[in-house]
Design a protein around this ligand. Structure first.
Ligand code: 4AD
Ligand code: MG
Length: 477
């Protein structure tokens, strides 16, 4: 049976006969007015029941959360608040919902409470709006790269290499945790494991994407990535989705241009295709900000913030310039930073990134040419021998949203970097092969998808923009 979605019915904007709708009850007033939601839009369809015509036992089954099929005519609404309503002439109750125990009531629930009910929270306006936006943004990502003739590559989830060299990986094994086979040295013998070697969940698809860029030119991956870093913050997940384009013959400047253009495209797409959900999230944010002290409130509304990003050039600034600004900054001089900036070479913390973006420039910033010592092995070494062609994009309210670089395409320099960092070159033999057979300049970046969704929806905790967040001590559902 084909039934129109509520979104479609409201778009049609006209009366209609013999319409069937299906959805979940958001509220039931006066034994007469059902607000029905089917997830296709934020809006509920008002459905009017002539209760005299129904068995009271049927009406008793209608309560918040129940799943219904309703049949009737779309007629002009007599009440205010909606243009049309469904005059119901048949009711089928698919599933009741016990009003005593159903946790999602038509009232404001805290986000913390809803996190405990992640299987039901998408039935609220906030989460349905966030998840429709998330879906649209994912679609826009593919559309952008497809329009630009990129090839979508599915890089593996199980890997034998640590792309970031940070050692924050989840092991994948079928060996018995109680009695693993041991080698002569008394250590676990991974030769007997499923893959005959140590394997992990990937932290990034970049290294494999590079191999494809060296044949297909312009490629991107978009998939789940896993990091066992113990950062219990509102910006970190143990399982998150990353978009990683990789382009042959691009240098760092091309890479910045691509990242900026890409981000603007997907945000514009959300602005034009999710206006209703964005408007709702903007009002939600405004409400939330009212509880904050004046000084911490944002000067711009959510929509204005998104427009600001799409309409202005990102500031481009070298790490060295950024450190100068931070050294001279008031919070540094007044020792207000938790990690004071004492000189060139330190890794920037999120408090520093946010100072640059939110206080100093009030604009997204692309920082580039970082000290080699604080960046991954694959980034191209600059002439100065101490910085690498790295770039991070920093966003207001988020901090780092993109990390990328021009890659080291020179075999000898790459080998030196690998051995200086104590990485076993044998593990990267295939990656080094790219530098032996037709090596070429190339560059790419990774955009954390949830951080993008955070920015676009104005939500403040990354756990609220992915259906089932995975964080330390938390893998329910
Ligand atoms: O800066 P990162 O670690 O870069 C890479 O993984 C590169 N291999 C990407 C590339 O050049 N192809 O991560 C990229 C982005 C970060 O800027 C951030 O947005 C996001 O991934 N990210 C996380 N998002 C949520 N939770 C985490 N634990 C994240 N770690 C990184
Ligand atoms: Mg990074």
């Amino acid at each position: 049976m084909k039934t129109p979605t509520i979104c479609q019915l409201l778009l049609d904007d006209k009366t209609a006969e013999n319409i069937t709708v299906q959805g979940w009850v958001r509220s039931f007033r006066s034994n007469r007015f059902i607000a029905l939601n089917d997830g296709s839009t934020l809006q509920n369809l008002q459905c009017v029941v002539e209760f005299e015509q129904y068995d009271p036992a049927v009406l008793k089954q209608i309560s918040v959360g129940a799943a219904l099929k309703l049949h009737g005519d779309i007629t002009p609404s007599e009440g205010s608040g909606q243009k049309y309503e469904l005059k119901v002439n048949a009711i089928e109750v698919y599933g009741t919902s016990d009003p005593e125990t159903y946790p999602i009531q038509p009232k404001k629930h805290s986000l913390e409470f809803l996190r405990e009910k992640a299987h039901l929270r998408v039935r609220t306006n906030t989460f349905s709006a966030v998840m429709r936006l998330r879906s649209r943004l994912a679609f826009a990502v593919h559309q952008y790269f497809s329009n630009q003739s990129f090839c979508y590559v599915h890089t593996p989830i199980i890997t034998g290499s640590d792309a970031e060299g940070a050692g924050e990986m989840f092991r994948v094994t079928t060996l018995s945790p109680q009695n693993p086979p041991l080698n002569e040295e008394g250590k676990v013998n991974y030769k007997e494991d499923f893959f005959g070697k140590e394997t992990n969940l990937t932290v990034s698809g970049q290294l494999e994407a590079e191999t494809y860029a060296m044949a297909l030119g312009k490629v991107y991956t978009f998939g789940p990535t896993f990091r066992a870093e113990n950062s219990n913050t509102s910006r970190h997940l143990a399982e998150f989705w990353m978009i990683e384009p990789e382009v042959a013959f691009n240098d760092l400047w091309d890479n910045m241009d691509l990242a900026e253009d890409f981000i603007k495209y997907v945000i514009n797409d959300a602005l034009s295709h999710c206006a209703e959900d964005l408007q709702f999230l903007a009002s939600r944010l405004l409400e939330e900000e009212k509880s904050k002290p004046q000084a911490e409130r944002s000067e711009l509304s959510l929509i204005e913030k998104l427009r600001f990003v799409t309409e202005n050039n990102f500031i481009r600034l070298s790490y060295t310039e950024a450190v100068d600004i931070l050294m001279q900054s008031t919070p540094n001089k007044k020792k207000k930073f938790q990690y004071p900036i004492e000189g060139w070479g330190v890794d920037l913390q999120s408090e520093h990134e946010r100072y640059l973006v939110e206080k100093h420039f009030k604009c997204p910033v692309i920082l580039y040419d970082y000290p080699a010592d604080i960046k991954a092995f694959y980034m191209r070494l600059n002439e100065d021998q101490k910085t690498v062609r790295a770039m991070d994009i920093l966003f207001p309210g988020i901090g780092e949203i993109v990390g990328g670089s021009q890659r080291e395409e020179r075999l000898d320099v790459l080998e030196q970097r690998i051995s200086a960092l104590g990485i076993d070159p044998k593990e990267l033999w295939w990656y080094l092969d790219l530098r032996k057979f037709g090596t070429a300049p190339h560059a790419g970046f990774g955009l954390g998808f949830e951080r993008l969704v955070l920015f676009v929806t104005g939500m403040t905790n990354i756990r609220d923009v992915i259906p089932f967040p995975r964080t330390p001590q938390n893998a329910e559902f």
